[in-house]
Design a protein around this ligand. Structure first.
Ligand code: ADP
Length: 458
């Protein structure tokens, strides 16, 4: 087992990884940008190294800085967390060539699934249903128009290198397809340095259901059941839960097997997620693979009792999987909400600044993963998530009541947060019924958020 790991990330996930390392007796080296000098995770690590200026490109995305830090600190492995360099196959390759273990899949697997147009082809070849769409990338307007004609409107234009909901456009007719095609291309070029786009049929109000997978380096692959992430705002997840309220044993079996087939086709090891959309008739369609630990991994931890960061570290160290598929249990119901420093009354504008008072909730069934504290100044340079609050109870109804109660206890003074909106989501009869879809937030809260009476954040 490794003695010392560097964490190439910040905030909540850096802290999350340090916690597991501590329990495993592994020393941690935390890196930080000048904007994060006051961060809590730095107090929890064994060693800290400043790697550069606040902009991501000059710190958390700066490969030479991170590798130098790893060499100075003499670590054996790097955990990339999520975001930043976590799905950068070049970074994984650089780690390997410096004899530092990259805690994640191989550079080849990251490459195979990182391009979403490639991943679709891979899934199709593995016999997994994909959303009807273009055969690979769409090079120009003419091909886009021909493909849309074949699929029928509405269609979605998606960036092959996409992530975080960027580079995505819905088109309902020829003119909006042409403008959306160029808009998605330039957005993808700016965000990912790759303007490749492809087309998918737009599925009206689907469910988002994903499967957590885990594989060792000896060819064993299992799944850890599903997460339902249908509560989204602008294609970004706000609420995640497991089990999915729409799931039947047959569908779970079929989707779990499909997830494993995709992972096998990519020669995948370590932790990953295979994402699907599910339509009203319970048909499922592969959309993409996330080749990293995800924000919402903790929901799976609660229902399976496994520590996914520990599993990642063990798999990266070459250990065989310690459990078989039939030994993985799904116990009770877990729900997670993402608490962002954003103002729901001002179209979710980021609300950075100093947290004057931070009093976290507690009690039975509650878990909070947060790097925030009273007096913490949220830097404006990074994403606005300040914590994930979760409830784990025997039933869905109980988990919702528990989480709503915990959100009500939470005191965050200073920045605006999404807490008031999240309480409304959890209390909404449609969410409570479990019969909701990805259109929920736009339908009930999204379009004119300023007009929705939202209780003041406490
Ligand atoms: P990203 O990688 O940017 O997160 P995804 O491909 O994972 O993008 O899609 C994010 C979300 O966008 C999905 O969860 C779903 O809500 C929506 N979406 C993606 N593709 C489609 C589609 N073909 N039809 C309808 N909604 C879609």
């Amino acid at each position: 087992m490794f003695k010392r790991i560097l964490i190439a990330n910040r905030g909540e996930i850096a802290q999350r990884i340090i916690r597991t390392c501590r329990e495993m007796g592994i020393e941690t080296v935390a890196v930080y940008s000048q904007a994060d000098a006051d961060a809590l995770y730095l107090r929890q690590a064994d060693e800290t190294i400043c790697i550069g200026a606040p902009p991501g490109a000059r710190s958390y995305l700066n490969i030479p800085s991170i590798i130098s830090a790893a060499e100075i600190a003499d670590v054996e492995a790097i955990h990339p967390g999520y975001g930043f360099l976590s799905e950068n196959s070049h970074f994984a390759e650089v780690c390997n060539s410096c004899n530092i273990t990259f805690i994640g899949p191989s550079p080849e697997s990251i490459e195979a699934v990182g391009n979403k147009a490639n991943a679709r082809a891979l899934a199709k070849k593995a016999g997994v249903p994909i959303v009807p769409g273009s055969d690979g990338p769409v090079p120009d307007e003419a091909v886009a128009l021909r493909t849309a004609k074949r699929l029928g409107y509405p269609v979605m234009i998606k960036a092959a290198a996409g992530g975080g909901g960027r580079g995505m456009r819905i088109a309902r007719n020829d003119p909006s397809l042409v403008s959306g095609f160029h808009a998605a291309k330039s957005e993808a070029e700016a965000a990912f340095g790759d303007g490749t786009v492809y087309l998918e049929k737009y599925i009206e109000n689907p469910r988002h259901v994903e499967f957590q997978i885990l594989g060792d380096q000896h060819g064993e692959l299992i799944h850890l059941f599903e997460r339902d992430c249908s509560i989204q705002r602008r294609h970004q997840k706000l609420v995640e839960e497991s089990p999915s309220p729409l799931m039947t044993p047959e569908l779970r079996e079929a989707m779990g097997a499909a997830a494993i087939r995709v992972a096998k086709a990519a020669g995948y090891h370590n932790a990953g997620t295979v994402e699907f959309l599910v339509d009203k008739h319970l048909n499922f369609y592969f959309i993409e693979v996330n080749a990293r630990i995800q924000v919402e991994h903790s929901v799976t931890e609660l229902v399976t009792g496994l520590d996914l960061i520990e599993q990642q570290i063990r798999m990266a160290a070459g250990e065989p999987l310690s459990l078989r598929q039939d030994q993985v249990e799904q116990r009770g119901h877990a729900i997670e909400v993402r608490i962002n420093a954003e103002d729901p009354d001002r179209d979710f504008k980021p609300s950075p600044g100093r947290i004057e008072m931070f009093v976290p909730p507690g009690g039975p069934g509650v878990r909070l993963d947060s790097h925030a504290y009273s007096g913490y100044r949220i830097p404006p340079n990074y994403d606005s998530m300040i914590g994930k609050l979760m409830a784990h109870r025997p039933t869905r109804e109980h988990a919702i009541r528990c989480l709503s109660r915990a959100l009500g206890e939470f005191i965050i003074e200073g920045p605006k947060t999404t807490i008031p909106l999240l309480i409304k989501v959890l209390d909404h009869p449609e969410f409570r019924s479990g019969d909701h879809d990805t259109g929920f937030v736009a339908r009930h809260f999204g379009v004119t958020p300023a007009k929705v009476p939202i209780k003041e954040a406490r």
